[in-house]
Design a binder for this molecule. Sequence first.
Ligand code: RB5
Length: 151
Amino acid sequence: MKIALGSDHGGYKLKEVIKNHLSEKGFEISDFGTDSTDSCDYPHFAQAVGEEVAKGTYEKGILVCGTGVGISIAANKIPGVRCALVGDCFTAEATRQHNDSNVLALGARVIGDGLALQIVDIWLRTEYEGGRHQQRVDLITEIEKKYSKEV
Ligand code: RB5
């Protein structure tokens, strides 16, 4: 599975931890930055990763900022991205099963590295259930279509 990673300065260190963890497990990883703890703007990295996932170049994306909030809000502006901000294992599983989330957002200042890696592992191995959830995901896509305007 090809995975796109991105973070701002607040998420940089956790992004590196996740990159090493997933590389050791054999995942194909591309890192879209940032490359240091120097202050930067999270929407750039949300956009870079979100566009790749929306295009289908990468099956999934993982984004990290301080809280996970800003970077998830930005990613969810891209049609086709369903970004879930997750801070517990139950939600990591449920958002794959129910929402077919294709981007995971984490808050590096909120959760520790150990929990973050557990969340990543659960989220990556859990399949979407489809069925009754599909009509709800389709309704999200309808909202996107209504408000989408290519620039
Ligand atoms: C950066 O200081 C911080 O605002 C950012 O990492 C994130 O938490 C925004 O939602």
